[in-house]
Structure formats: C-alpha cells, structure tokens
Design a binder for this molecule. Structure first.
Ligand SMILES: [Zn+2]
Length: 190
C-alpha cells in the first residue's frame, strides 16, 4: 500500500501517511486490517515488515538523491531545454548574430528553472513533458514577433513547421528527463 498523496509506502493497517499526514483509510478499516495483521504468523509479519522497510529506505535514498542533485538537474534543464530553444527562437526572432548569445541567457535561465521545478516535483515523465512543453509554448507566444519572421524568407508555413518541431522536441526531452528522475529509473532507485 502507498500513500495516495505523496507515494510513501505504508503497511496495510496504517491509518495515515507518516510523511504528509494524508488519511490512508478510515480508522475502522485500519483496525480491521490490524486484526488481520495480528492473525498472521510472526514469520509472515517479519517478511512483510522487511519488504516495507526496504521500500521506505529506497524511497528515502531517492528523495536524498533528488535533493543532492538539484543543481545538476538545473544545469541539465538549462542544456536540454535552453540550447534547442535558444537556437530555435534566436533564429525565428531574427536577432543579429552577435545578440543571440545574450538573448540565449533567457532560454538557459528558463531551462534551469524548469529543471529545478521538475526536481522539486520529484520527476515523472508526464510532469516533465508538461513543464518543458509549457515553457516552449509560453516562450513561443511571448517571443516570436510576426514581423521579424517573414523577413527570414521562411513564410508562415515554414515558421509554423519549425515551431511545431520545437514543441514536439521539448515534449520528448521533458518526458525522457522526467522519467530519469523517477524512483524506478534514478541512480538512487536502482
Ligand atoms: Zn503521504
């Protein structure tokens, strides 16, 4: 059994989560489970408790790993989101070449923010996809000005194609990044 709110492992008779305090089951149901538990053989109880302790410990290691890697994940977010975004928006915005590195700082900072947020939310492929996708869409809405685009000779269809490709790329990258931060995929969870 796991806490429905934070995912912490619980024993069948636990009434509430130790970590976040969420009620796991009504007290009558917890009491019934406790009677079932007491009826189990000591050997069975020992095995179940051992498996539970291992799960809790593995989860603690993973949470510690996330805390210890917050800056690493910020840097990874900057690279994984920031570099492609800097390239795509730098090109579409029609900035002169010398200005692109400065404008790119926005993308790198946004990527670092996205990486940090994903770390704090404890990873997850769909959360990664949503964060990366939302960052790209938000930037696309704010940064791409219609006038400078057509000067590139791409045409509206060309610009749309580049934006859609960039959006799909950000979804895939976010998905893969979020997956690597989950309990089952992280170094800590192995
Ligand atoms: Zn909980």
């Amino acid at each position: 059994m796991h806490c429905g709110s934070c995912g912490r492992p619980l024993l069948p008779f636990h009434e509430a989560c130790f970590q976040c305090g969420t009620t796991a089951q009504p007290s009558e149901s917890a009491a019934a489970r406790k009677r079932e538990w007491d009826a189990l053989s000591p050997k069975m109880q020992g095995e179940m408790r051992g498996a539970y302790d291992l799960q809790v410990e593995r989860r603690e290691r993973w949470l510690e790993w996330l805390r210890a890697h917050r800056r690493v994940h910020a840097a990874l977010g900057a690279v994984l989101y920031g570099l492609p975004a800097a390239f795509i928006f730098g090109m579409l915005d029609g900035f002169p070449l010398w200005a692109i590195p400065f404008v790119s700082l926005v993308d790198l900072a946004l990527g670092a923010g996205v990486g940090t947020a994903l770390n704090r939310l404890q990873g997850g492929s769909y959360r990664g996809m949503i964060l990366f996708g939302a960052a790209f869409l938000g930037e696309a809405l704010l940064r791409v000005g219609g006038a400078s685009l057509l000067g590139l000779g791409l045409g509206a269809a060309g610009v749309a194609l580049i934006l859609i490709s960039g959006f799909l790329l950000s979804l895939c990258t976010g998905y893969a990044f979020g997956l690597q931060l989950t309990l089952d995929r992280s170094d800590a969870g192995a």
